[in-house]
Design a protein around this ligand. Structure first.
Ligand code: NAP
Ligand code: COA
Length: 271
């Protein structure tokens, strides 16, 4: 590594769960552009193939693993194969997630459980299984959270519960794994333009406009806004930061819960 450039990630191994699209792919892409070797995991092989084509075009060596984060055996096998290919994992990004709008009375127990299983239990599965394969000392773990973790938000009971758990895992594991030289932090993205998360929560132009009005900085975030912070955390500049939940959201989480009633009405399955 070129020690004079903190963002030189040549020969670093970055593993991204949920890395085949959106914010997580944006993070993977930023590391690939700076020389890292990328391992990405998600369910859909075709989405993985598209992401690998992008990552390789942008300079990084990259491999994909088709697995569901709810399947501990498949997750462990993917992490093991990734270590075999590129060596110990220097940076682990845990970002696989699912979401839909529904009031608590509009979701079944299985609907609630599905999001908790992907976002929270899935994060635990990835982090728990990865510990064996992380570089010790030196690894940096980044969980991708959401403001629902600390802003109680109607129509998002499942995500609020799951992401609050994700952030508590960040704090607990920062304490348990600090002695191994592993740092772990959460990034809390705001509304990021062009992503599936925004498409699901702001399904039409009126809803999209309402978001901009609520962001103190007056604009959507970009993939680079999130990837830049991920790189700072993973670089020597972030070497003394652990257990932090960091909003990167233009300030939107300061303005309280969004009103999703109109967005739900536009997307509800029984409409
Ligand atoms: P996205 O493009 O839908 O990304 C989700 C990724 O997770 C996809 O690669 C998906 O691929 C994978 N995934 C979903 N379920 C999975 C499972 N069970 N097992 C393995 N992989 C799974 O969404 P995004 O909007 O970019 O969101 C990315 C992250 O940012 C999420 O953690 C989300 O909560 C957070 N976030 C997003 C926003 C936003 O504005 N978009 C705001 C705040 C927080 P497959 O379908 O192939 O599995
Ligand atoms: N409203 C209410 N309940 C819903 C729902 C909605 N819009 N969408 C799904 N559910 C319920 C289903 O009815 C089912 O419950 P049931 O068995 O009692 O009927 C449960 O959720 C599981 O649905 P299923 O489609 O089988 O789950 P899945 O594991 O195939 O997919 C999701 C998980 C639902 C989260 C799916 O949207 C997904 O894969 N999302 C990933 C992409 C994403 O959400 N990106 C944004 C990230 S922030």
């Amino acid at each position: 590594m070129n020690t004079s450039d903190p963002f030189d990630f040549r020969d670093r191994h970055v593993f991204v769960s949920g890395g085949s699209s959106g914010i997580n792919l944006g993070i993977a892409d930023a590391f690939a552009r700076r020389g890292a070797k990328l391992s990405i995991l998600s369910r859909s092989q075709s989405r993985i193939d598209g992401a690998l084509e992008q990552l390789r075009r942008h300079g990084g060596e990259a491999e994909g693993h088709s697995a569901d984060v709810r399947d501990t055996g498949a997750v462990t096998a993917a992490l093991g194969a990734a270590q075999q290919r590129f060596g110990a994992i220097d940076v682990l990004v845990s970002g696989a997630a699912g979401n839909f709008l529904a009031p608590a009375l509009g979701m079944s127990s299985n609907g609630f459980k599905t999001v908790v299983d992907i976002d929270l239990l899935g994060s635990f599965n990835v982090l728990r299984a990865a510990h064996e394969f992380l570089r010790k000392p030196g690894a940096c773990v980044i969980s991708i959270s959401a403001s629902q973790a600390f802003v109680p938000t109607p129509y998002q009971a499942h995500v609020c519960a799951a992401k609050a758990g994700v952030d508590m895992l960040t704090r607990v594991l920062a304490m348990e794994w600090g002695a191994d030289g592993i740092r772990i932090n959460s990034i809390v993205p705001g509304p990021i333009e062009g992503t599936e998360g925004v498409r699901r929560l702001a399904p039409n132009e009126a809803e999209q406009q309402r978001i901009t009005e609520r962001v103190p900085l007056g604009r959507y975030g970009t993939l680079d806004d999130i990837a830049g912070i991920a790189m700072v955390l993973a670089s020597p500049l972030g070497g003394y930061i652990t257990g932090v939940v960091l909003p990167v959201d233009g300030g939107i989480s300061l303005s309280g819960p969004r009103d999703f009633s109109a967005a739900w009405a536009a997307t509800r399955r029984d409409a």
